[in-house]
Design a protein around this ligand. Structure first.
Ligand SMILES: NC(=O)c1ccc[n+]([C@@H]2O[C@H](COP(=O)([O-])OP(=O)(O)OC[C@H]3O[C@@H](n4cnc5c(N)ncnc54)[C@H](O)[C@@H]3O)[C@@H](O)[C@H]2O)c1
Length: 237
């Protein structure tokens, strides 16, 4: 049975990733601030920006498993503030969660990974297209791809693949939060129809399927790449 560690698994996209990997026969360890609900999975509640907590979580995982086949880094936060108004602490937190946690999990995971193992990091089209008033998010999501590329170079000779998934708008998580705050939620769906060639947002399972493929032997010669799961949004820019 293959084994996957998934961060952000209590969230919208991370939850779909956990369900998708479970359905594909993976044994799961789920890391998030709160315990992720998934039958049969080991859920560990922690702050993924805490180096000691992350190290302890991987020690716990290593006591149970003799290897890790997949690390799927999904945890992330968003913060709306233009540069001139953003608090330094908010900027630092964005970096620590969105990029730093991927460094910490990879740092602890790669020694338990070998030939055929894979890491998948959740990026975003926001690292590529105008997203006004979200400079920290844009910066972190671009950095996720740079980190993915750099790590793929470091571990390629051990047969470990590292890729990123860059979704467009996804009908879950951050979008749920935006919908609940919107005066007219239909405006968001209308904007999504305009933004994507396919005329809609992604369902979280469509993003999870891409992560599953990148982690699978079917993607055995794919590394250092970003897979855009964006319904053609990038092709409209
Ligand atoms: N929803 C979208 O439209 C969309 C689009 C593109 C990319 N993404 C990316 O997908 C990922 C998941 O987003 P989502 O929309 O499912 O949001 P979400 O808020 O539902 O999920 C994020 C999860 O990360 C966890 N998390 C945040 N900080 C943490 C920390 N310090 N320690 C441990 N866990 C922490 C949260 O508890 C949450 O469960 C993010 O990386 C986001 O940037 C989302």
């Amino acid at each position: 049975m293959p084994r996957a560690v998934i961060t952000g698994a209590a969230g919208g996209i991370g939850g779909a990733v956990a369900r998708t990997f479970a359905a594909a026969g993976y044994e799961l360890a789920l890391l998030d601030l709160s315990k992720a609900e998934q039958p049969g999975a080991e859920s560990i509640a922690l702050d993924l920006t805490d180096p000691e907590a992350v190290a302890e979580a991987f020690e716990r995982i290593a006591r149970r498993w003799d290897r890790i086949d997949a690390l799927i880094n999904v945890a992330g936060i968003n913060h709306r503030a233009p540069v001139r108004e953003m608090a330094v602490a908010d900027w630092d937190r964005m970096m620590d969660v969105n990029v730093g946690h991927m460094f910490l999990t990879a740092k602890n995971a790669v020694s338990h990974m070998g030939e055929g193992a894979a890491i998948v990091n959740m990026a975003s089209i926001s690292g590529h297209v105008a997203t006004p008033d979200y400079p920290a998010y844009v910066t972190t999501k671009a950095a996720v791809e740079s980190f993915t590329f750099a790590l793929s170079q470091e571990v390629g000779d051990r047969g470990i693949r590292v890729n990123a998934v860059a979704p467009g708008w996804v009908n879950a998580g951050f979008t749920d939060a935006a919908l609940s705050e919107a005066e007219n939620p239909q405006d968001i769906f209308d904007a999504a129809r305009e933004a994507h060639l396919l005329g809609r947002m992604a369902e979280p399972e469509e993003v999870a399927d891409a992560a599953l493929w990148l982690a699978s032997p079917e993607a055995s010669f794919v590394t250092g790449q970003t897979l855009f799961v964006d319904g053609g949004l990038m092709r409209k820019h």
